[in-house]
Design a protein around this ligand. Structure first.
Ligand SMILES: [Zn+2]
Ligand SMILES: [Zn+2]
Length: 492
């Protein structure tokens, strides 16, 4: 129920890490893993063709929060590879983040996520521990955590079996692998604590109890669908026959989807009990997808293929969107912030986004707001790509496209896929359709050139001295961040 004097709806932004659109029932997923999310999609607006701007978390989340592509927000590396230059450029470009803007408009801004980073700008609370008394802490550490931790370790062992078979076993890669295993085990304790959907949800419910009488923005980051796919056994699909480790891991992934979905159901119940569901705008998306062996990428998110770049986007608010709809037009994460501002009637001069409001798509006035989606990657291989309505073009700007994760070149320097005839991107038709490849390459160059010159303009225009100093703190935290990221396998 809307409180007296409340100007805006509450907003809950849920990012489910590494969730592929195709594994949700509402996006055609085969298993019935996501009944609660499907129900929201049925009653809200579902975007059938939403694309991430980068395939790793740091760049992508920054795009979600800023409405800018990584080239114009400045963070073009991920995890332990984020450079001081990235952070300085981010400061100089001085993009305003969604939480900062909403806080200025009087929102209480809370987040449940372990990352922090520069995303914490604008949040009143950003973290995963709050108000636990000593007995609760004791109970959690002695009983809950070891159970989650064991589950987490078991998942890692299955992954390791796959990796040892699929990766080349030279002495140096074995050594790298062993170091990776050691770090992963070393930090699983911490990750078990922060990668558990139930924990995230319970803290979110507690926070909602605190802020339900205010106008609030709540950001929830679920990590269970990230490797090694955290999932209590009861959420795994038991009917499907499983042959070997790969099937078991894929089943765990779907189990993790189901686990997060169940927790989202619990969250919706809390909102209903507080009678605030009808005044809360719920946004569900993921920062990128995941390859579950497709294109010979075993349980990781690299490559610019559909499994990794096509993400779900569902918005739900029975009053704002009284007529449920499935929208086919291409959109990207950068379109999210302009849309929120449009619906809230916020016109912030400091907000310089690359995206476009999706309001005309939702109202039905337009069928398309963009004719392409643009994405990049840099963590284990350097690729840039563009998709239009019918085709996808991928290019390796270093002229090789070597993947440092799989120790191989996945496909040549240029790739072209006819997505209508070949939605799984199995046949590279770059030599058969040179005309389309040339056109898309020219468009790709044009998009990059436009973004680069926009970045230049922003750098010249902005008063750098006003840039937020919190990012310097992040520089100091790099060592701590590195430690955490190693456990996720993000390491040299
Ligand atoms: Zn991620
Ligand atoms: Zn690879």
């Amino acid at each position: 129920m809307k409180k007296e004097g409340q100007k805006h709806p509450n907003i809950i932004l849920i990012v489910i890490d590494a969730l592929r659109a195709r594994n949700l029932g509402c996006y055609g997923g085969e298993t019935n893993s996501s009944p609660n999310i499907d129900e929201l999609a049925k009653g809200g607006i579902q975007f059938a063709n939403c694309y991430a701007c980068w395939n790793t978390t740091d760049q992508s989340l920054t795009s979600i929060f800023s409405g800018r592509y990584p080239r114009t927000h400045g963070i073009v590396h991920h995890g332990d590879k984020v450079t001081p230059e990235d952070l300085m450029t981010f400061r100089k470009l001085n993009g305003k983040l969604l939480a900062e803007m909403l806080k200025e408009k009087g929102f209480k801004t809370y987040a449940v996520d372990w990352m922090g980073r520069w995303f914490k700008r604008g949040f009143d609370f950003y973290g995963y521990e709050r108000d636990k008394n000593i007995w609760q802490k004791f109970f959690y550490i002695v009983f809950t955590l070891p159970y989650v931790h064991l589950r987490y370790m078991a998942a890692n062992i299955s992954l390791l079996r796959i990796y040892s078979k699929k990766r080349k076993t030279s002495i140096s890669s074995m050594w790298k692998g062993l170091k990776g295993v050691w770090n992963t085990f070393r930090f699983t304790f911490e990750l078990a604590r922060v990668q558990d959907a139930d924990y995230v949800t319970k803290l979110a419910q507690k926070l909602i109890d605190d802020i339900k009488d205010d106008n609030f923005f709540l950001f929830l980051h679920y990590w269970d669908t990230h490797t090694p796919y955290n999932c209590p056994k009861k959420h795994m699909d038991r009917d499907k026959p499983r042959r070997g480790s790969i099937d078991i891991i894929a089943s765990k992934y779907n189990g993790a989807v189901n686990y997060v979905d169940k927790c989202i159901g619990d969250l919706l119940t809390t909102l209903k009990n507080h009678k605030i569901l009808e005044d809360t705008l719920i946004i569900i998306t993921s920062d990128h997808g995941e390859s579950l062996t497709e294109h010979e990428m075993f349980f990781d998110h690299h490559g610019l293929y559909e499994v990794t770049t096509h993400v779900p986007l569902i918005v739900f608010h029975p009053k704002l969107f009284s007529r449920p709809k499935k929208i086919q037009g291409l959109i990207q994460h950068v379109d999210l912030v302009p849309t929120v501002c449009d619906y809230l009637g916020i016109n912030d001069k400091d907000l310089v986004c690359d995206g476009t409001s999706m309001r005309s798509l939702i109202s039905g006035d337009r069928e398309d707001i963009r004719d392409f989606a643009f994405f990049e990657e840099s963590y284990v291989q350097r690729k840039i790509g563009l998709r239009n309505k019918t085709h996808k073009y991928i290019y390796a700007p270093d002229g090789i496209g070597m993947c440092n994760y799989c120790q191989k070149v996945h496909a040549g320097v240029e790739e072209l896929y006819d997505l209508e005839r070949d939605p799984e991107e199995m046949n590279n038709v770059v030599s058969e359709n040179r005309i389309m490849a040339t056109q898309m390459r020219a468009k790709l160059d044009e998009v990059i050139q436009k973004l680069n010159s926009k970045k230049q303009q922003l750098l010249e225009k902005k008063d750098v001295t006003k840039a937020n100093l919190e990012d310097l703190q992040d520089l100091a935290d790099q060592k701590k961040i590195k430690k955490k990221l190693r456990s996720l396998g993000y390491m040299d």
